[in-house]
Design a protein around this ligand. Structure first.
Ligand code: ZN
Length: 262
């Protein structure tokens, strides 16, 4: 974690030299008032839109990205992965209504097209094939995880020419197995789908472990999957948590972008 222009960010430092940005935000460094304090990046949660725009601008400025091109998914807890072309670029940059409808993951090969996913407990995932210069952002809550969205995103990247052996994955701050207690039905479904790796703590599920398993199944090398291992609920001071904040809260996020080839 490091701070740029007053914004704490978790950054994949090793990719910066290649002109690729992967950054996870926290709840710190923005202008939104409680319960969205303070770096809320999402329009749909009830925060004032001007505050969201200012927060997004602060993050993009710190990352040297253009906030007007920020491209956002509607995020409906499904498994639809959408390829972002020139027409879809900047969807959701200025309003909730213009976000890419029905999508929970975005893929692009376009430079200067930052892809965003906003979360508060769900797992934000960035996928990068540095050789093919192809990137993706993925929203994986329990529904999306059961629907295998991370695996679907990798297979779509492969169709576009990515090599799964070259893909790097970054799993951002999300609710950990320490805090993610679920009902019997969801627990059973995770047990059936992922086995003991995602259900080690009785009555709790491990979203990150389940997504790591999906990514390995999709062909990613174990050592190319990086986890931040930070629990949004345990570290509610640093992250928005849908569970810990009592449902009305802000969203942090992941931003993935290719800088123009230099
Ligand atoms: Zn926790």
């Amino acid at each position: 974690m490091r701070e740029i222009d007053g914004i704490p960010l978790l950054i994949a430092e090793e990719l910066l030299d290649e002109g690729i940005v992967v950054a996870f935000t926290t709840r710190v460094g923005g202008v939104s008032a409680s319960p969205y304090d303070s770096l809320n990046l999402a329009f749909h949660v009830g925060d004032c839109p001007e505050c969201v725009i200012e927060n997004r601008e602060r993050v993009c400025r710190a990352l040297r990205l253009e906030s007007n091109f920020l491209t956002c998914a509607e995020q409906v807890h499904g498994s639809d992965v959408v390829i972002v072309d020139e027409l879809k670029r900047a969807g959701g940059a200025r309003s909730k209504a213009s976000a890419i409808q029905g999508a929970d993951a975005l893929i692009t090969a376009l430079p200067e097209t930052p892809l965003a996913i906003f979360t508060a407990d769900c797992v934000p995932i960035a996928l990068v094939d540095p050789r093919k210069r192809l990137i993706a952002s993925v929203h994986a809550g329990w529904r999306g995880t059961i629907a295998k969205i991370a695996e679907v995103a990798v297979s779509m990247m492969n169709e576009l020419g990515a090599n799964p052996g070259n893909i790097l994955a970054f799993l951002g701050p999300a609710i950990g197995p320490c805090c993610y207690e679920v009902g019997n039905e969801i627990g059973r479904r995770f047990q059936k789908e992922f086995g003991p790796i995602a259900t080690q703590v009785a009555g709790h599920i491990d979203l990150q472990a389940a997504n790591r398993a999906l990514l390995q199944k999709a062909g990613l090398h174990k050592d190319k999957i990086t986890e931040t291992n930070r629990c949004t609920s345990s570290r509610n001071d640093l992250f928005f948590s849908y569970r810990a904040d009592g449902k009305v809260t802000g969203r942090q996020g992941v931003i993935v972008a290719l800088q123009r080839r230099f």
